[in-house]
Design a protein around this ligand. Structure first.
Ligand SMILES: Cc1ncc(COP(=O)(O)O)c(C=O)c1O
Length: 390
């Protein structure tokens, strides 16, 4: 992989040199004091990120961050499975691939009602209000829907969940660490995030934040043996995991969250917002249209941008465009599932620079030119700098 490779996929994201180097230290036992110190550093950083991801840095919740040997899907399954019985009613909100995944997970453990919108459309909050009743035990929602680039209305849904005293499990996988997230204000009981996304740590490690209220209601024996929340909570008290920890990944995560602390969440949120705006403006200057249709309390994502491909290069024709991007040593993502060939997606999660954002937009412009779409890469690059250069 050459040094000028630019990874713009919505996870995994580029790693800083210290985060990479942390994986290279001599191995230690996961039951050693050295490892416990690493766990504690990572956990302290995560506690701050989960509870104080606000523009002014104020804290919005109390609970425990658990670090998991596995990607975010493990955290999603842990969150649901430990909190419901098979005859419990769960409401799952679905307007993209990850909302659908949450529903599929919940269907293995409970009786699920889905409230669906087309992928890329906003959820209808009135329909959500009708679906959540006093019989609802738990609601699942994805905050930042990575497959479509929109921010679902966690606060509005959280108010409905609280009215009916249900539990609220939120996937903040591509928002937490890069955007605002409020545990108590949004009535969230369990939040899930992932190392490889806005935390800018390697893939293979994730985290859940279990509020005290959720911890009281969790029954570890309902879920998979490996994901027993009560067991994880007991071991987390000793800064350990129940089973062998992925030591190099924990070390990297500890460095990554300390880098976030040094930047400060308020600054980081502001930077991500400006960088996503720069991507949007840059692509607009190339003549491209954003993909998601947002309405009501739904917003565009601040951590990734989804753009509709021009009609002429959709479907099978899109592969030449993606190849032309790749030839320039830049990696972007296409659409997932039925959106493949319709859209492309770029991330600004982690620690990208203004020049990297500008290069992403220029590269897309040049690749479009290669496949016969008329556009001006210089204008795209200039629009990025207009937003990012003070
Ligand atoms: C919003 C969201 N949730 C969950 C996941 C699941 O992550 P993984 O497939 O790595 O477990 C992803 C991954 O892209 C995601 O973007």
């Amino acid at each position: 992989m050459s040094d000028d490779f630019l990874l713009l996929n919505p996870g995994p994201v580029p790693l800083s040199e210290p985060v990479r180097a942390a994986m290279d230290a001599p191995m230690v036992s996961h039951r050693s004091a050295e490892f416990e110190a690493t766990y504690e550093r990572a956990q302290d950083g995560l506690d701050e990120i989960f509870t104080a991801s606000t523009p002014s840095g104020e804290s919005t919740g109390e609970g425990t961050s658990l670090i998991l040997n596995g990607t975010a899907t493990m955290g999603m399954e842990m969150a649901v499975s430990n909190l419901v019985d098979p005859d419990d009613e769960v409401v799952s909100l679905v307007n993209g691939k990850f909302g659908r995944r949450f529903a599929r997970i919940a269907e293995r453990y409970a009786d699920v009602t889905r409230v669906e919108a087309d992928w890329g459309d906003s959820l209808d909050v009135d329909a959500v209000a009708e679906a959540i009743t006093d019989d609802t035990a738990l609601v699942t929602l994805v905050h930042n829907e990575t497959s479509t680039g929109l921010l679902n209305p966690v606060e509005a849904v959280g108010d409905l969940v609280a009215e009916h005293d249900a539990l609220f499990v939120v996937d903040g996988v591509t928002s937490i660490g890069g955007d605002e997230f409020r545990i108590d204000d949004w009535n969230v009981d369990v939040a899930v995030t992932d190392g490889q996304k806005a935390l800018a740590a390697p893939p293979g490690i994730s985290a859940v934040f279990v509020t005290d209220r959720a911890a009281e209601q969790a029954d570890g024996e309902r879920g998979p043996f490996y994901s027993d929340v009560e067991w994880h909570l007991r071991k987390a008290d000793q800064h350990q995991t129940p089973f062998t920890s992925a030591v190099p990944l924990f070390r990297s995560l500890a460095v990554a969250v300390e880098e976030i602390h040094d930047e400060g969440m308020p600054n980081r949120i502001e930077r991500h917002r400006r960088q996503s705006e720069a991507f949007r403006e840059g692509f607009a200057a190339l003549g491209l249209e954003g993909f998601p249709e947002v309405s009501g309390p739904t917003e565009l994502s601040n951590t990734l941008t989804a753009i509709s491909l021009p009609e002429a290069i959709r479907g099978d024709e899109s592969s030449a465009f993606f190849d032309a991007v790749k030839e320039r040593n830049v990696s972007i993502s296409g659409g997932q599932a039925h959106l493949g060939g319709d859209i492309f997606r770029v991330s600004n999660m982690g620690n990208l620079t203004a020049d990297q954002i500008a290069r992403g937009v220029r590269t897309v412009g040049e690749a479009l030119g290669d496949v016969g779409v008329d556009c001006d890469p210089d204008a795209g690059e200039a629009a990025v700098h207009d937003v990012l250069d003070d």
